[in-house]
Design a protein around this ligand. Structure first.
Ligand code: OAD
Length: 246
């Protein structure tokens, strides 16, 4: 891993970051993998063991809210026992030294928040928030495990996880901000995503079309690799702190 090519790639990314006016990062489940949060599509991924159509879509919730909540309650418990890793911390560090930095994440685990990131766009929601299925009120809830399943809103209706499920649209304002940031990016970093889920996967390409320098960090080739100006293959928790040292 520490060959000349690798070191020069790290130096190239550092040079791009230090010259950039607008840095945008898109993260996926891979950045939290080293914290112990399962990804979705790898050999050990959640979608290998569970069926998204039974758990992560609105009709599943209508049919069996108890089952859907049991699954989210289990995931909340799992995430509550994890810590942000050196990859999350490195991105927060870059934000602190940058004039303009936007973190767009597909993750719902809250580890970027706990790692110190501030200017964040959560495309797929937040597992620590609940939304009323009737009055739409959003509340933060960190109880683990949940005392009552399925939880109910003060108005009496069922609460649902504040997560974008399959077949649902992203928040328009969040999406518009992510799109605008991507269009304005000088450097765009894609970290730990298979880039298979739309519309999130289109953002690196939008940035690239608008002239951004596109860097990918992943364990393996993805749909983005052929478009990247530079790819680094390895664990984000090791690569990011080398690019953005303490
Ligand atoms: P995936 O599980 O599809 O992809 C995870 C990616 O992370 C893969 O490309 C892995 O190679 C890579 N990876 C794994 N470990 C890594 C590490 N230590 N360092 C760097 N990369 C690593 O997850 P996402 O792309 O995030 O939707 O999936 C997108 C969406 O699909 C998720 O947000 C989720 C899911 O259905 C919702 O929850 C709404």
């Amino acid at each position: 891993m520490h060959d000349v090519d690798y070191n020069s790639k790290i130096a190239q990314v550092q040079e791009q970051l230090s010259g950039a006016k607008q840095i945008v990062v898109l993260t996926g489940a891979g950045i939290s993998a080293e914290s112990g949060v399962p990804t979705f599509r790898g050999p050990e991924g959640l979608w290998k063991k569970y069926r998204p159509e039974e758990l992560a879509n609105p009709s599943a919730f209508k049919q069996n809210p108890q089952l859907v909540w049991e699954w989210y309650d289990w995931r909340r418990g799992l995430i509550a026992n994890t810590e942000p890793n050196s990859g999350h911390l490195a991105l927060a560090r870059q934000e602190r030294i940058s004039s303009s930095f936007t973190l767009i994440t597909q993750n719902v685990d809250g580890l970027h928040d706990r790692g110190g990131s501030k200017n964040m766009l959560k495309l797929h929601g937040d597992i620590w928030q609940m939304r009323c299925s009737a009055c739409a009120k959003v509340t933060i809830n960190r109880q683990v495990p949940l005392p009552e399943l399925p939880p109910k809103c003060g108005c009496g209706a069922l609460l649902r996880p504040d997560i974008v499920w399959f077949g649902e649209s992203l928040s328009t304002t969040t999406w518009q901000s992510a799109w605008n940031a991507s269009e304005a990016a000088d450097v765009f970093l894609v970290v730990g995503t298979s880039a298979l889920v739309q519309p999130a996967a289109s953002l690196p390409l939008v940035a690239k079309e608008r002239g951004a320098y596109l860097v990918e960090i992943n364990m393996e080739q993805t749909a983005i690799s052929q478009h990247a100006d530079l790819s680094l293959f390895g664990p984000a928790g090791e690569l990011l702190p080398q690019i953005i040292p303490n």
